[in-house]
Design a protein around this ligand. Structure first.
Ligand code: FAD
Length: 435
């Protein structure tokens, strides 16, 4: 394993790969993933990616994002995201990404809390289409090295400057790797929850390191629960039934078959309504009725969801499907500015791991892929424009390599730190809001 790169990117989801591709080709880049290169939540995204369709939709898109976020969003970040969206889609198309079209025009769908149809999609596997193409392009680049089953276990830092990271490879060997810049693109924290739509290995490791090294975090208690995941008694990653299914007309029913809420409310509001109904009727799930959605729409727009429900024993064309809320997304994270810089020098954070304030208290559906890409691109530009970096005089002396052997215990410890921080922030906020 080489021991020096210009840029290390931790994570090979949409944010990490896009950042790598937007960096100049003369930068020597290492991208690592704790799991397989395609084992990221970005590959799981179903619904789509938002885009500002035209100037007339700007105010409405801005307002929808702010309203969903309970007006706690950083306005400047929301503005940057929306205004950058068309260029980001052009970039993706340039990398070979295809979105569904009709007669040569993009098709746009709609999800909960959106006033207009402004979501581009590729069947119901948009994340796989986008991230798969980004990964393919990254593999073609000579300046990008990709390493899978390689876990970041610590940062090498001193006096609030990051000089690299410590990794543990698939054989359990630990190495300190030096870099001018480290970019954290480690995704969310679903792995610390018993029920989550996220991959189990995506568990907030970067947040634990930020806590340990005194890097600022923001809104760690802002965790989104997705209202509709397929109910199962098996202990596995929860399968998401995209909001666009409800956007296209599917309705929720209680145990008596009655509709009980507006299915297109923001996720947090809808989740509360479902949980309240389950409590009132003492049930483990509510029903999702696909019957208002035309058969061709189910088969053509949602083939993956259809197939998964069938495999679980429910044919959406014939029966209602049991659904239940589960942890889904993390709005908080490592605090970053509008160029994705953390409070530690030479350390950036992008994607779900970061908090640039776009989502406020609650994310608007299909804003996260877009936000990840917009701010990953800004990080890349900021890094490219930097003329010089601090270099550690004696890199090896900054870190004691003893004590990293027991990876499972390290990870367990990191998970406990993250869980404790979420609880602490939640309690503090509840107290503050009660006053
Ligand atoms: C089921 C599902 C459906 C979704 N649908 C949509 C949608 O339709 N539209 C939308 O906009 N968003 C959607 N989202 C959210 C969106 O997919 C994610 O927010 C976004 O893809 C996050 O991208 P990311 O690059 O930040 O992280 P991820 O794609 O999660 O990638 C994280 C990467 O970090 C690596 N990593 C983590 N910890 C370490 C470590 N310690 N060492 C090394 N590597 C590490 C992982 O291996 C992985 O490669 C969905 C999410 C899920 C789970």
């Amino acid at each position: 394993m080489e021991k020096r790169y210009d840029v290390i990117i931790v994570g090979t989801g949409a944010a990490g790969l896009f950042c790598a591709l937007r960096l100049p080709r003369d930068k020597k880049i290492l991208c690592i993933s704790k799991d397989a290169l395609d084992g990221s939540d970005s590959f799981l995204a179903q619904g789509g990616i938002c885009m500002l369709r035209n100037d007339a939709d700007y105010d409405s898109y801005f307002e929808d994002t702010m309203r969903a976020g309970h007006y706690e969003n950083r306005k400047e970040s929301v503005e940057i995201m929306i205004k950058s969206s068309q260029k980001i889609i052009d970039d993706l198309v340039g990398y070979g990404v295809e979105f569904d079209t009709k007669d040569g025009h993009y098709l746009f769908t709609r999800e909960g809390a959106h006033s207009n149809n402004r979501i581009l999609f590729h069947s119901d596997v948009t994340g796989r289409e986008i991230t798969g193409k980004l990964l393919a392009r990254a593999k073609e680049r000579e300046n990008i090295s990709l390493m899978e089953y390689t876990t970041m276990v610590d940062w090498v830092c001193h006096d609030n400057v990051c000089y690299g990271i410590v990794v543990c490879d698939k054989d359990g060997k630990t190495t300190a790797i030096q870099s001018d810049v480290t970019v954290l693109a480690c995704g969310g924290l679903g792995g610390v929850y018993p029920h989550s739509t996220n991959y189990r290995h995506i568990s907030g490791d970067a947040l634990a390191l930020a806590l340990y090294h005194n890097v600022k975090l923001e809104n760690c208690d802002y965790v989104q629960i997705h209202p509709t995941t397929l109910f199962t008694r098996r202990n596995e990653r929860s399968f998401l039934i995209s909001e666009s299914v409800r956007g296209e007309g599917a309705v929720l029913r209680d145990k008596n078959g009655e509709r009980f809420t507006d299915e297109l409310q923001p996720r947090d509001v809808l989740t509360k309504a479902i949980l309240a109904k389950m409590k009132e009727q003492d049930t483990e799930f509510v029903w999702l009725d696909f019957s208002p959605v035309p058969k061709e729409e189910i088969l053509n727009h949602f083939p993956n969801i259809y197939k998964h429900c069938l495999e679980a024993g429910y044919d959406p064309l014939k029966t209602w499907v049991p659904v239940v809320p589960a942890q889904h997304y993390f709005m908080g994270g490592i605090y970053v500015d509008k160029d994705s810089k953390t409070t530690m020098e030479q350390l950036y954070a992008v994607g779900e791991t970061s908090c640039n304030g776009v989502h406020g208290r609650n994310r608007l559906a299909s804003n996260s892929l877009l936000e990840s890409l917009v701010f990953a691109k800004r990080a890349a530009r900021d890094i490219a424009e930097r003329k010089s970096f601090k270099v550690a005089e004696k890199f090896e002396d900054l870190i004691n390599m003893d004590g990293y052997e027991d990876l499972p215990s390290i990870m367990e410890n990191y998970h406990a730190m993250v869980v404790q921080e979420i609880r602490k922030e939640r309690q503090m906020r509840e107290k503050k809001e009660a006053m």
